[in-house]
Ligand binder design. Structure first.
Ligand SMILES: [Zn+2]
Length: 203
């Protein structure tokens, strides 16, 4: 019986293909729907781990520094991500605070912890304890991690308020922007290759 890792299934239309070795820069596309199946020259595990650690540092910066600062006639105020969630919790729509907290703080934090955990073991050629559960948790977390939505929201707020008040993006916002890109890069196709890499050692 042939192993399932010998096939690639298109995520969009379920067509099945045999993988071909790709050189760096080459892309394999689905014949039916043109979706990208695989890219040549994937990142090494070391690179993935380095990016995950960078993401962890950026996450700390994004939460420690204010994302936006507003000033008007000498009065100024700045807020971090956590403070914005706390502000929501005090209002009438406190349920929203829980959802926002999950989407912009808890889900990305869990993603980063799981990525570092899985990659640290994979680097030594071993499957991390709870490998399957962690990989599935990462897939389930992806739709809940909405940093890009948060980033877009803050940028719209900055542009809208810029006419009336003195609004400045904070250091936290730059960290948030870089973190968003990194998480998209690592948590999708990047980490899924561990299923193939560790094929023989997953218990
Ligand atoms: Zn397809």
């Amino acid at each position: 019986m042939s192993s399932t890792s010998q096939w690639i299934i298109c995520e969009h239309c379920d067509s099945v293909y045999t993988p071909v070795p790709l050189a760096k820069g080459q892309v394999a596309r689905c014949l039916r729907c043109e979706a990208i199946l695989a890219r040549g020259g994937p990142m090494s595990l070391q690179q993935l781990l380095a990016l995950s650690i960078s993401a962890a540092l950026l996450f700390v910066f994004a939460n420690a520094f204010p994302v936006i600062s507003i000033s008007l006639q000498g009065l100024s105020n700045e807020t971090t991500l956590l403070q914005s969630v706390q502000a929501l919790a005090q209002g009438q729509i406190s349920v929203i605070a829980a959802v926002v907290g999950l989407a912009i703080i808890l889900a990305p934090m869990l993603q980063i912890i799981l990525l570092c955990w899985l990659l640290l073991f994979a680097l030594n050629g071993r499957a991390a304890p709870g490998f399957k559960a962690c990989m599935r948790a990462l897939e389930h977390l992806r739709p809940w991690s909405m940093l890009e939505v948060c980033l877009l929201g803050i940028m719209v707020a900055i542009i809208k308020l810029a006419g009336m008040l003195d609004v400045h993006p904070g250091l936290g916002l730059w960290a948030l922007a870089m973190l968003t890109v990194l998480l998209i890069l690592i948590s999708g196709r990047g980490i899924r290759r561990l299923w193939d890499d560790l094929d023989g050692v997953i218990s």
